[in-house]
Design a binder for this molecule. Structure first.
Ligand SMILES: Nc1ncnc2c1ncn2[C@@H]1O[C@H](COP(=O)(O)OP(=O)(O)OP(=O)(O)O)[C@@H](O)[C@H]1O
Ligand SMILES: [Mg+2]
Length: 365
């Protein structure tokens, strides 16, 4: 799929803009604070239903306005489709429409406009805490599988309820027998999520090795779990049962569920070495971009549809050979939206369309 048109109304520093996008690389350049990332944020918000940088939707509504809207026309499997997302800040309500029909749940929209985003903070996938790597893999799987999305939501609620019970048991307000039904649900849903993540990571590794590697850059990943040695469904169930029997006292003292996909991690290797510990800043950035592009190729294979690649300021701090390498890998996608402060940084790429952004106004170059 690719986006033909995008309209932003009262979003961040835009009152109303209409942009005609094309297949290939669409570049937005302009000074700091001009509104480049806001465009990427608008596309992402429409696709995922939440912003990647605002914790509250109210932040993205233009100052002094009550509501904002993103509208888009996209070509999906040869057919034109219209999408819109409107948010009213006073009632905190979102209205989603596909081809003018109202869609009740965001879950029905996720994956309709598949996107893959790299923003500068994504270097934290490599450098930062495990929660960011779990988010990376979960968000990818949620875009391709409704079942994964729903199981993950259920699982996280179940774990939080179990933790609440563990605290109650510690305070002698609840009996241990109350855990039984939650243990059963958690082990089945937890094992499902682990299986899906493990499968996905094997696929990501083969995509990284076959399509996203160069002489200088070779990234691979490994599922890291303190508790599960084997990733077979029955073995995971067995480990859960064993853990629930033997570690219950520790869990009650700590008031938390100590085993499961919510505590697992991903190990990232750059040229065979742990990227967090050994790779330089630039190498970590390249690793994070390649992981995101692998996510893009994974989505393409699973959904049989190209995701839109959103690259916010990817080129800063990369050397020319690495910019060239990333530019070549981008040719595997149908549509890419790139922001940059310095268009001369993109001379290794061949943009299909260039836009100049200036204080909330966008013009074609
Ligand atoms: N809710 C809002 N209402 C109005 N303007 C806003 C709102 N939120 C942010 N802005 C403005 O949007 C601009 C930031 O836009 P954006 O982050 O897209 O900049 P940018 O072009 O990506 O800059 P940089 O090159 O520094 O990354 C700032 O000028 C900011 O004041
Ligand atoms: Mg920006």
């Amino acid at each position: 799929m690719y986006i033909k048109k995008i309209e932003l109304s009262n979003l961040r520093n835009y009152s109303s803009i209409e942009l005609d996008l094309v297949k290939g690389i669409n570049v937005f350049h302009g000074e700091n604070g001009s509104g480049k990332t806001n465009i990427i944020e608008g596309v992402y918000w429409l696709s995922i239903g939440k912003s990647f940088r605002a914790s509250d939707d109210k932040e993205i509504v233009k100052e002094g306005c009550d509501s904002c809207r993103v509208y888009s026309e996209a070509e999906v499997n040869g057919l034109d489709k219209m999408f819109s997302l409107e948010y009213s800040a006073d009632v905190r309500k979102k209205v989603i429409r596909i081809n003018n029909s109202r869609i009740k749940k965001m879950a029905d929209v996720i994956g309709e406009i598949p996107v893959v985003l790299f923003s500068p903070e994504d270097i934290q996938i490599v450098k930062g805490e495990p929660v960011l790597r779990r988010k990376y893999i979960d968000q990818m799987l949620c875009q391709v599988s409704r079942e994964y999305f729903e199981t993950l939501s259920k699982y996280l609620k179940e774990v939080s309820h179990r933790n609440y019970l563990l605290k109650g048991i510690k305070e002698k307000k609840v009996s241990v027998s109350n855990l039984g039904v939650w243990n059963e649900q958690i082990k089945i849903n937890g094992a499902f999520l682990i299986m899906k993540r493990f499968e996905a990571m094997q696929e990501l590794n083969s995509l990284l090795a076959s399509k996203l590697t160069s002489e200088k850059n070779d990234v691979s990943i490994n599922y890291l779990s303190k508790n599960f040695m084997s990733m077979k469904f029955d073995d995971v169930i067995y480990e859960y049962e064993n853990h629930f029997k033997t570690k219950i006292d520790e869990e009650i003292v700590r008031g938390t569920t100590l085993i499961g996909p919510h505590r697992d991690d991903i190990e990232i290797f750059y040229n065979g070495k742990n990227a967090k510990a050994f790779a330089s800043e630039g190498q970590q950035r390249v690793s994070a971009i390649l992981l995101k592009l692998a996510e893009g190729l994974f989505i393409r294979e699973r959904k049989n549809s190209y995701p839109v690649v959103l690259l916010d300021d990817f080129s800063s701090e990369l050397d020319n050979p690495n910019r060239g390498f990333i530019g070549r890998t981008l040719q595997q996608f149908k549509q890419i939206i790139i922001t940059t402060t310095y268009p001369e940084n993109l001379k290794e790429l061949t943009p299909a369309r260039m836009f100049h952004v200036e204080h909330g106004k966008v013009s074609l170059v």
